[in-house]
Design a protein around this ligand. Structure first.
Ligand SMILES: C[S@@+](CC[C@H](N)C(=O)[O-])C[C@H]1O[C@@H](n2cnc3c(N)ncnc32)[C@H](O)[C@@H]1O
Length: 273
C-alpha cells in the first residue's frame, strides 16, 4: 500500500483500550438502530442469502450481520467473518452463541487468503472508506466469489451529512472542519461503489441510496460519531475547539425537539460474471 488506511477503523488494534471499547459498543448498538436496520435490509435483499450458502462478511466488526447470515445459511452453510483487527475478532467471538455456522478469520480485505470462486456471496459494510486502496479490495471480493455469486457493498457518503436545529454557522463550521480533519478519508465512498463494482467486472450492478434520518442526537450518535459526546477527544474525530459549543447546541436542539440529521448510505451489488 502506498498510503496508510485512514481513521480509527483503519487500525483498530492501535487504539487505546477505552477508545476501542467505545467503538466496539457503537458497532453493537448499530444492530438496533432503526436507520441502520433500513440500510441492512436493503443490503440483505441485494445479497439474497439462502440456506446452504457459503458467505463472506469482510470487515465484519462486531459480527452482528455475520450472525444473522449464519442463521440464514443454517448448518449446511457457512459464514466467514473476516476482520483485520485481532481485538475486534476476539470480542466478536466472545459474544457469538456456540453452534452458529460462523468462522472468525483474521485477514486483510485487500489481500484475502481465501480460494478463488469459493463463496456464493460476499459483503462488506462501511470498510472501503477506510482503505488506502479500495479498488484492490473490490477486486479481491470479486475474485473469491463464484461465477454467478453476488457481491454487496455498503458504504457511507459523508459529504451528504446535513444537520438542522443547531446554529447554521456552527453546523457549517463543523461540517467543513470534519471533512478537512478526514481529508485523506474516502468521504464520498458511498456514491463511488457502483463504479468500483463495474470496473471490477461485476455485471447487473445496482446502486441504492438509503438516506438515514435522525431526529434525536442519541440515535444519530450511533452512526455519526460527531453527535456522540462519549467519543473521547483522543479519538481525534471532533475538532477540539468546537467540541464544547457543538455538544451544548446539539443537546439543546434535542431538548427542543428541533434536532435533525441526515446521512446517505449506499448499497451497491453486482453479479460475478
Ligand atoms: C466501521 S467498521 C464496520 C464493521 C461492520 N462491517 C459493521 O458494519 O458494523 C470497519 C471494520 O473494518 C475493519 N477493517 C479495517 N481495515 C480492514 C482491512 N484492511 N481488512 C479487513 N478488515 C478491515 C475494522 O477492523 C473494522 O472492524
Amino acid at each position: 500500500m502506498t498510503t496508510p488506511d485512514t481513521g480509527a477503523f483503519g487500525d483498530v488494534d492501535a487504539l487505546p483500550a477505552g477508545v476501542f471499547d467505545m467503538l466496539f459498543s457503537v458497532l453493537r448498538a448499530m444492530a438496533d438502530n432503526t436507520e441502520i436496520l433500513r440500510v441492512r435490509a436493503a443490503a440483505w435483499e441485494a445479497l439474497r442469502p439462502e440456506p446452504g450458502q457459503r458467505l463472506l462478511d469482510a470487515g465484519a466488526g462486531a459480527g452482528e450481520v455475520a450472525r444473522d447470515l449464519a442463521v440464514a445459511v443454517g448448518t449446511t452453510g457457512e459464514v466467514v467473518a473476516l476482520d483485520s483487527s485481532a481485538r475486534t475478532l476476539a470480542a466478536a467471538r466472545e459474544i457469538t452463541p456456540p453452534g452458529l455456522p460462523i468462522r472468525f478469520v483474521r485477514g486483510d480485505i485487500t489481500a484475502l487468503d481465501l480460494a478463488p470462486d469459493s463463496f456464493d456471496g460476499v459483503r462488506s459494510e462501511r470498510v472501503l472508506q477506510h482503505l488506502a486502496d479500495p479498488d484492490q479490495a473490490v477486486r479481491e471480493l470479486a475474485r473469491v466469489t463464484r461465477p454467478g455469486g453476488r457481491v454487496c457493498l455498503v458504504d457511507t457518503d459523508w459529504e451528504s451529512a446535513a444537520t438542522d436545529g443547531v446554529p447554521a454557522d456552527l453546523a457549517t463550521a463543523m461540517r467543513d472542519r470534519l471533512l478537512s480533519l478526514a481529508a485523506d478519508h474516502h468521504n464520498d465512498m458511498g456514491r463511488t461503489l457502483r463504479r468500483r463494482l463495474v470496473r471490477a467486472g461485476l455485471t447487473d450492478v445496482t446502486a441504492t441510496p438509503v438516506t438515514c434520518v435522525f431526529t434525536d442526537p442519541a440515535s444519530a450518535g450511533v452512526v455519526m460519531p460527531f453527535f456522540n459526546p462519549a467519543v473521547p477527544p483522543e479519538a481525534g474525530m471532533i475538532p477540539d475547539d468546537l467540541r464544547e459549543r457543538w455538544f451544548a447546541e446539539v443537546a439543546a436542539a434535542g431538548e427542543r425537539d428541533e434536532f435533525l440529521a441526515t446521512l446517505t448510505i449506499w448499497v451497491a451489488a453486482g453479479v460475478r460474471g
